[in-house]
Ligand binder design. Structure first.
Ligand SMILES: [Zn+2]
Length: 279
């Protein structure tokens, strides 16, 4: 395993979702504190975020949707009209930095600066569709990064793996009919946002490019890892992606207030036999 990159920026903290909101700035602090406590933080290669351009956001979003976002943000709306997504004065900057930060991670991996990268960005993205933000998400960061890897770096086959407890409806919708992007999701069902049934498997031009594995509340490591080891492994063997993107929502952990899965943090860790994490 080579060097691991970390994208983060103090401005992600400034996206203010209001008192008591689960998608809060303290999430970033908790991750950084855990990385520091484990001794991993100092070994990470810091990758500086940048703001995505309008043209880059249009890789996945409609111009009319972005106009709506700018208009409602300028009006001082506290919620986006298309879905339950809080807005605050610094939200637009944070959101364009979140998308652009993920694109910088793509650059760093493809240029060989790091072998993988973790994007500690907010607001999150996987519920955002081409013309509709929802579920705390404004722009679909992972979808934008995947499309950016294709348009800017010429990749032809990429895969997006979503282990958030919620279905990544936005990511699925954006690539529904696109055979160049494989989308795999494990999620709780029935649960928000209601999509992600096992028979949702891609549009007419991309049959099988979407692979959904819904599980009932109470599912844990055995169920979720089973889907990864069997279904995902077989799909990736056949698809041979050039880059993997992970929608790493950690609300699939036990006791998360927004989900009913029972995964323990050891179930989310790369398997290795004890000792310090691999370098
Ligand atoms: Zn979630």
């Amino acid at each position: 395993m080579g060097r691991v990159g970390l994208v983060t920026d103090a401005r992600y903290r400034q996206h203010d979702t209001g008192y008591g909101h689960p998608e809060c700035a303290e999430r970033c602090d908790a991750v950084v504190q855990a990385l520091q406590a484990s001794g991993v933080f100092g070994r990470l290669t810091r990758i500086e975020a940048r703001e995505a351009t309008q043209a880059e956001l249009e890789l996945c979003h409609t111009a009319s949707y972005m106009e709506l976002v700018r208009h409602e943000h300028a009006l001082g709306c506290e919620q986006l009209s298309t879905g339950d997504t809080p807005l605050s004065p610094e939200t637009l900057t944070a959101a364009t930095l979140a998308a652009g930060g993920a694109m910088r991670a793509v650059d760093a991996v493809i240029e060989g600066e790091v072998s993988s990268a973790f994007c500690l960005v907010r607001p999150p993205g996987h519920h955002a569709e081409a013309d509709r933000g929802m579920g705390f998400c404004l722009y679909n960061n992972v979808a934008l990064a995947a499309r950016y890897s294709q348009r800017t770096h010429g990749l032809t086959r990429v895969a997006i793996i979503d282990w958030d407890v919620h279905h990544g409806n936005g990511t699925q919708a954006i690539f529904w009919n696109d055979p160049s992007v494989h989308f795999f999701s494990t999620h709780q069902a029935p649960w928000y946002p209601g999509t992600g049934a096992a028979d949702e498997s891609g549009g007419p031009a991309a049959p099988g490019a979407t692979l959904n594995r819904p599980f009932p509340a109470g599912a844990g490591r055995h169920d979720i890892l089973g889907a990864f080891e069997q279904d995902l492994a077989a799909a990736l063997d056949a698809f041979q992606p050039e880059m993997l993107f992970i929608s790493a929502g950690f609300d699939s952990r036990r006791d998360d207030p927004l989900g009913g899965f029972c995964a323990h943090r050891s179930g989310l860790r790369r398997p290795h036999a004890g000792g310090p994490p691999p370098r």
